[in-house]
Design a protein around this ligand. Sequence first.
Ligand code: KMH
Ligand code: ZN
Length: 273
Amino acid sequence: MGDLLITVAPTGAETAKEDCPQLPTTLEELVETAQRCEAAGAGMIHVHIRDDDHRPTLDPVRLEETVAALRENTTLVVQLSTGGSVHDPLDKRLAVLDAAPDSCSLTMGTTNFGDDVFSNPWPFICELYQLSQERQVVPEFELFDLGHVAALHRLLGTYGLPFGGKVHVDLVMGVPGGMPGTADALVAAVAALPSQTTSWSATGIGRSTLAVGLASLSKGGHLRVGMEDVLTLAKGVPVEHNEQLVSRAAELGRLAQRSPMSTGEARSLLGLS
Ligand code: KMH
Ligand code: ZN
């Protein structure tokens, strides 16, 4: 029996292929990545897709093809990003649910995102949440800041539990503009989570990845890793494949006497089975 959910976020929307040729941006690369990450211990994949020029897209046909290909070639829980890139309009982000993924990300507030703004106005959050309930898609609540924890209390208090009845949260820490990627911030965020929360994971952006991962394990949380969040294994050592990050997460888990969940166990954790 596994008790550690490892989510892999292999691509993201912020890194350019020309700056990082090993970033999986084509469907073939994504499927190959997903298969190797599943074998290394991942239970869920958080997906951003790219167009033929490797630029972020929310093209509905591509999204559907991606969900189908991942289902055909892996048993991972398929989570589509509704965050997209900082330049994606809200209507296209809502339309992501048309691709009928198992899960979708749902960010609980607007955040300064480096020099950009990641826009998540309250009415958009409410519309996306209600749509996820209607379409029977399990949301993962992305919290970039302590204010987002308060917004999650408000959302659950207003609209009730998600489809499947489980509340899974992911703390995204260390974005320039959000909460820092530190153990102290993680402890504060976890202490403030709504009582309805059934599971939570954390990811630390860039060099905060290890501090956040270790803090999460020591507080009983789950892990998200991947090239969306970090591009080096150590200073000056680039990640060559997402599998390395998943394997390292599984190894950290083993040291903490946790073992990776199977994809079936991940589905029950998230209320998908
Ligand atoms: N690309 C970021 C602006 C999500 O996937 O839901 C937003 C993001 C969050 O990656
Ligand atoms: Zn994302």
